[in-house]
Design a protein. Sequence first.
Length: 228
Amino acid sequence: MNLSRTQLARIIDHTLIRPNATKDQVTMLCEEAKNYNFGCVCVNPVYVSLVVGLLRRSNVKVSSTVGFHYGSTLPEVKAFESERILKNGAHEIDMVMNVGALKSKEYEKVKKDIAAVTNLKQPFSGVVVKVIIEAGYLTDEEKIMACQLAKAAGADFVKTSTGIIGGATVEDVRLMRKTVGRKMGVKAAGGIRTLRQVLAMIAAGANRIGTSTAVAIIEETATEIDEK
């Protein structure tokens, strides 16, 4: 791939969303993000204020999770959680859609669920909303519908998974990119641990990568990608 190490780092969301993540581990995540110039860190909501403070003088964005891990909370709860996260300084939201409603073919309910969060883009200018479709639970037809609904509801990205069920696959990323077109983002996340996997996801159409092994992946680039 014709990417420099710096360019690759900027499309990576350096992620730590384990329920047992400690303050010290989150602090280290932020130090790594600054050192490697990752584009974004993704943490659980309780750490947003801490992370915003630690990254204040950097160009690393802050994202947080909404409706994790299963997407089955009420739309108004997702909206409230998102608003609090954004007020605490986050720039991006990674939300899980209502997977059960999609599989029940309650498409308007799915769209309203997503819109409860994307509607916050108006009062919080510049916010990026990524919708996790949890592809491991879905048929190809359901994946297509999920992407179409996320796009119609005003999301900026569709994202493969939380990592709880399965993970990102090249086939899913390719299908998602084909469905949403070139103007919408596609984030591959879940089980991505090597540079080879990252490059395969990018080749399939991903323009954002979520991984908890970002440092190891970037270190691989010392022999695989020439710095520009």
